[in-house]
Ligand binder design. Structure first.
Ligand SMILES: C[S@@+](CC[C@H](N)C(=O)[O-])C[C@H]1O[C@@H](n2cnc3c(N)ncnc32)[C@H](O)[C@@H]1O
Length: 199
């Protein structure tokens, strides 16, 4: 699947597709975002300027804003952003995919970027392209939290809702090239500090 195919499929997806808990109840869905925001807060400094890339309807972005972070919520689906705005009109929402981030930020850089349940749906090449853009959006020394799963049998997703996995070597090579230094966090996602590429 191309990035455009995945983006188009998500734009057409119903709210139920975002997270399995939504099929349990709305309360369970929003509670999961609250819990994940509190987990992110263990590695992202208080009051930081953060980007939620692929924010969906704000499951995590809205509780992050409530915790006092300055949140920029980015998604390639205007429908998702409309749902976010209905619930939280004060959260800054940006309609963009990875290539649109730089144009929005100009010379500004984020203290932290997190990206949950987004990279997993893209091919290796498209995921890498996105990670490069997310790194470029982060200031040196800033934090990136990426839902970027490793497997002993890495494979690319075969549908827009599938999951792409990576070998440890693939990820380590990419991190060195892009400028991501792993941080030991205990979180269920990969956490990195933004460093100079090649260091
Ligand atoms: C599974 S949902 C996850 C939403 C949110 N991160 C969460 O954890 O609740 C995937 C979201 O990523 C967005 N998305 C997928 N590919 C994207 C891309 N290349 N650029 C920006 N947004 C993307 C989709 O529109 C959708 O809103």
């Amino acid at each position: 699947m191309t990035a455009a195919d995945v983006i188009q499929a998500w734009d057409r997806a119903g709210p139920d597709a975002i997270h399995p808990l939504r099929r349990v109840s709305e309360d369970a869905y929003w509670e999961s975002g609250q819990v994940q925001a509190e987990m992110l807060a263990t590695v992202i400094p208080d009051g930081a300027k953060v980007m939620d890339f692929g924010c969906g309807d704000g499951r995590v972005a809205i509780p992050m804003a409530a915790l006092g972070y300055e949140v920029t919520a980015v998604d390639s689906s205007q429908r998702m952003l409309d749902r976010l705005a209905e619930r939280a009109p004060d959260v800054t929402a940006v309609h963009a995919a990875a290539d649109g981030i730089a144009g929005h930020l100009g010379r500004r850089r984020m203290d932290a970027v997190y990206c949950l349940a987004v990279l997993i749906h893209h091919s290796w090449a498209d995921c890498l392209h996105t990670v490069e853009k997310l790194r470029a959006a982060t200031k040196l020394g800033g934090i990136l939290v990426l839902d970027w799963p490793v497997s002993d049998q890495p494979a690319e997703a075969d549908s827009w809702i599938g999951v792409t996995t990576w070998s440890r070597e693939q990820q380590a090579d990419a991190c060195a090239r892009i400028g991501l230094e792993p941080v030991d966090s205990g979180l269920p996602w990969s956490v990195y500090r933004a460093v100079k590429a090649g260091s």
